[in-house]
Write a protein that binds this ligand. Structure first.
Ligand SMILES: Cc1cc2nc3c(=O)[nH]c(=O)nc-3n(C[C@H](O)[C@H](O)[C@H](O)COP(=O)(O)OP(=O)(O)OC[C@H]3O[C@@H](n4cnc5c(N)ncnc54)[C@H](O)[C@@H]3O)c2cc1C
Length: 478
């Protein structure tokens, strides 16, 4: 099957009918029409339609070796630097459609799966590991343009240093190994888009201490016993004027409960092997490829933020003030640093033993860690520039009422009449202050891992020898 259209995507997520819980009730009926989900489903449908649009097909698809079909570029395992560039352009084309605000547009998980497939050789010869099954999960997804959510992290029951000494009965674990497959019981976090994708990939994040917690598999989202428990919706059918971002891009986050879930053997690529799970995560292609997708998207997001900052500055005419310029320049510095780090990672990419072109991971790690720290500051900058404008935001209904003309007059700025000016400030509010905007900040801080521990990883992985020998030479010779 070639790359799918938006309608095919919607029809599929409706048919899945996974067990999704929201506001104390099981979600019933078509998820694509539900007020909490329809905005994001519609947006993702538009992304799929772009794949088939003559202006974008070249960039967004490639030809499958196995079927000759045109399939999604995010599934491409790069063999050359040109392939890496093609991937970046694809990711940024989709990201531009949402201002980079859809962290989990389908290319994110497609990239994860491609990175897993490119790491399959690490499973060869390892106990309880099945590289061939992983490759067929990847090929099935690639050829059918499947969508995925994922859950890697255990519930926050106990994050203490000695937590592993506890008899832990909350984390999803293997409770039985049967003829038909593994039986999984327990919970895992935090599946963004949980319940609205074809499948869910479940994997053990590093640091597990028991074999029962070491697994890797992918199963249909509607597998019996799987439950997705949603937070409250930040969208809930609001209009695009009132909630320009949350009405379209609220991806939903879910706790996943496994209630005696049977995972058939053909869907399991790793089980009961802590060392292999750790190795796969740390030495495989997951980190470089996923970070390459992430930074490509974040560049678009920072461009979007910069555009909002400039529009606010122009609308209320504050561009002559030096501190205002300096604040805008902070965004520019963040943006240009990300671009430079991404391009450097592509320039320094190297071919691995299997002929896969892998971007250099150090600049990408630095880029994600920098954005985790910088993003909240950039949000603060929009607040500092927008000031009371971020609360002078009557809703569309008020503009359409009998006081609308007065508002158009009193809330005007420069050439902008009130309703248009407020549209811009509602956009800035939805990005920086609404529930949706706050979640965006938390997302950029944490979704790829705890910034503190990512910083530790950079410290541990960075090759200090060249700098040390430079100083040693200096001490001896100069
Ligand atoms: C909006 C959002 C969406 C997400 N989507 C997904 C998803 O789709 N799939 C998925 O699998 N995950 C997802 N995540 C989870 C994400 O991977 C985790 O938030 C991240 O790995 C951090 O883990 P945690 O939230 O459990 O924080 P914790 O590990 O519990 O950390 C909480 C605090 O304790 C500190 N701390 C805890 N342990 C240590 C330690 N060993 N050393 C030092 N400090 C420590 C941390 O620094 C932090 O300040 C999402 C998270 C967010 C916020």
């Amino acid at each position: 099957m070639p790359a799918i259209s938006g309608d095919e995507y919607k029809e599929r997520v409706d048919r899945i009918n996974a067990e999704v819980w929201l506001d104390g009730e099981r979600v019933a009926g078509r998820i694509s029409s539900h007020p909490a989900f329809k905005g994001v489903v519609q947006t993702q449908g538009e992304l799929y339609d772009l794949q088939l649009h003559p202006d974008h097909t070249e960039e967004l698809t490639f030809t499958s070796d196995t079927t000759g079909n045109k399939i999604g570029t995010s599934y491409l395992i790069p063999k050359t630097k040109e392939d890496l560039e093609k991937r970046r352009k694809m990711i940024q084309c989709w990201a531009r459609h949402s201002g980079g605000l859809l962290g989990r547009s389908p290319d994110y998980m497609n990239t994860v799966l491609a990175s897993f497939a490119a790491s399959a050789d690490l499973l060869k010869g390892e106990t309880n590991c099945y590289p061939d099954r992983l490759l067929s999960i990847y090929e099935e997804a690639r050829e059918q343009d499947l969508t995925f959510t994922h859950t890697f992290v255990n519930p926050q029951t106990n994050r203490g240093k000695l937590a592993f000494l506890d008899e832990d009965v909350t984390n999803a674990r293997i409770v039985r190994r049967t003829k038909a497959g593994l039986i999984i019981q327990g919970a895992k976090l935090l599946a963004t888009q949980g319940g609205m994708t074809d499948q869910i990939i479940v994997f053990s994040a590093p640091g597990i201490q028991e074999n029962a917690h070491a697994y890797g598999f992918s199963i249909p989202s509607n597998t019996k016993g799987l439950k997705y428990i949603c937070r409250e919706s930040f969208s809930n059918g609001h209009s695009s004027y009132n909630s320009p971002l949350s009405s379209k891009f609220d991806e939903m986050d879910t706790v996943v409960i496994f209630d005696d879930v049977l995972v058939p053997w053909e869907r399991v690529f790793l089980h009961d092997n802590i060392r292999a799970a750790d190795n796969f995560y740390k030495k495989g292609k997951f980190v470089p490829f996923t970070l390459h997708q992430i930074i490509s998207r974040q560049i678009v997001k920072l461009e979007f933020l910069l555009g909002i900052a400039h529009q606010i500055v122009a609308t209320i005419n504050i561009g002559d003030y030096q501190h205002v310029q300096a604040k805008v320049v902070e965004i520019i510095k963040g943006l240009e640093s990300l671009k430079a780090l991404l391009h450097y990672s592509e320039c320094q990419a190297e071919m691995d033993n299997n002929g896969t072109m892998v971007p250099s991971v150090e600049p990408l790690y630095v880029a994600i860690n920098q954005t985790q720290e910088l993003y909240p500051r950039l949000i603060e900058i929009i607040q500092l520039l927008g000031a009371s404008g971020l609360m002078t935001i009557p809703q569309e209904e008020t503009f359409d009422s009998s006081v609308g003309e007065e508002l158009n007059h009193y809330l005007k700025a420069g050439d902008w009449k009130g309703k248009d000016r407020v549209a811009l400030f509602r956009l800035a509010w939805d990005l920086t202050m609404s529930s949706f905007g706050s979640r965006q900040t938390l997302y950029e801080r944490f979704f790829f891992g705890d910034p503190i521990r990512i910083s530790q990883t950079i410290y541990q992985m960075y090759d200090e020898k060249p700098s040390i020998s430079l100083v040693s030479w200096f001490l001896k010779e100069s």
